[in-house]
Design a binder for this molecule. Structure first.
Ligand SMILES: [Fe+2]
Length: 351
């Protein structure tokens, strides 16, 4: 583990809190899209089909004789996408996505001349446990992105700090709408994982934070009444959508079964808007013309050279991209750990 790298994980600037991220009208349009186009799948369902796959990418170990079930690991947080790259999926949300105010905010945050929107998604949930351990959002590099590179390699590249030259500058405006009284805020570590956490606490109604979440550990706080945070009967096919029986209500369903009804007051809605940034015209041109991309071969060679310099003993794999023990080794060598000082969950008595 390379602990000295951990301290390099600080955002380009401190998180900047803003209010009224979306107008009342925009917020209504966003919720209408969510109500009318759901139900929406679990975040976990985007990447995983079995509980074992989830464990393999996290701690990796289960005590012997324990059979893994979805109940043990499912966090009832659901997600939908509103845009991708240059295209907004819903014309009524175009003013939210091609958002002059947000573009100016991230340009200013980075001190960059140009910005283009690239991500627009939401998380939606009722009462839930904490959003997993603090994490970094996925980094991309010129020439290597989620489209052509496995996640483990992108993560390792980011954590190794050897590829900053190719790292794409990104900025986000993360907004929350949550009227609940128990938890539901955001924890982040702007001074690095060994620094003090910054907590942005609920109630949150249109409050947002301008951040660089690829370089700052963060996670969502637990929210809602403790007894309701683990609805029974969920599996990877569970969905979150409008409750047809309650005008502003929501529900979680699995097939034909209703697992949980969620009143509007307990629903937590997070809207994630993200942009790519370019310091100046030259940097944008290098990006768009692919004038200085990195390839997977180059990246693997840089990692292998670095491991040799560090005296890590390993057998040179014939197919490093698919060699499980090599993948395990590099993930371990470049692991930077994460924050240990996680604030305690808000529980019912705090309400
Ligand atoms: Fe995140």
């Amino acid at each position: 583990m390379i602990t000295e790298n951990a301290d390099k994980f600080r955002p380009v600037a401190p998180p900047r809190i803003i209010e009224d991220a979306y107008t009342e009208d925009q917020h209504r349009c966003l919720l209408d899209v969510v109500r009318n186009n759901g139900p929406w799948q679990l975040i976990l369902a985007e990447n995983f089909k079995t509980p074992e796959e989830v464990i393999a990418t996290t701690s990796g170990m289960l005590p012997e004789g324990v059979e893994l079930t979805w109940d043990m690991i499912l966090n009832p947080v659901f997600r939908g996408y509103l845009a991708r790259g240059g295209a907004c999926f819903y014309p009524e949300l175009e003013d939210c996505y091609y958002n002059s105010r947000f573009l100016a905010l991230v340009r200013e945050y980075w001190g960059a001349k140009y910005a283009e929107p690239e991500t627009f998604l939401f998380n939606i949930q009722g009462p839930s446990p904490i959003g997993g351990p603090p994490h970094l959002d996925g980094t991309v590099f010129r020439g290597m992105t989620m489209e052509n590179t496995p996640l483990w390699l992108l993560l390792t590249m980011a954590k190794s700090c050897l590829f900053r030259h190719w790292q794409v500058k990104k900025g986000q405006v993360i907004a929350w709408y949550y009227k609940g009284r128990i938890g539901g805020g955001f924890n982040c570590w702007p001074d690095g994982p060994r620094g003090e956490p910054l907590q942005i606490s609920a109630p949150l109604w249109g409050r947002a934070v301008v951040v660089e979440n690829e370089m700052m550990f963060h996670h969502g706080q637990a929210c809602g009444p403790v007894a309701q945070r683990k609805p029974a009967g969920l599996d990877i096919s569970s969905r979150f959508g409008a409750d047809p029986e309650v005008a502003d209500g929501w529900r979680i369903t699995t097939g034909d079964v209703v697992n949980q009804k969620i009143p509007a007051g307990e629903m937590r809605f997070l809207v994630h808007w993200g942009a790519r940034l370019y310091k100046d015209f030259d940097e944008m041109k290098v990006y768009m013309d692919h004038g200085d991309d990195i390839s997977a071969d180059q990246a693997l060679n840089i990692l292998i050279d670095d491991m040799r310099k560090r005296g890590v003993a390993f057998e040179m794999p014939t197919d490093p991209m698919n060699d499980r023990s090599f993948i395990g080794l590099v993930s371990q060598v470049y692991d930077i750990g994460g924050p240990a000082n996680i604030p305690p969950d808000a529980a019912d008595e705090a309400a």
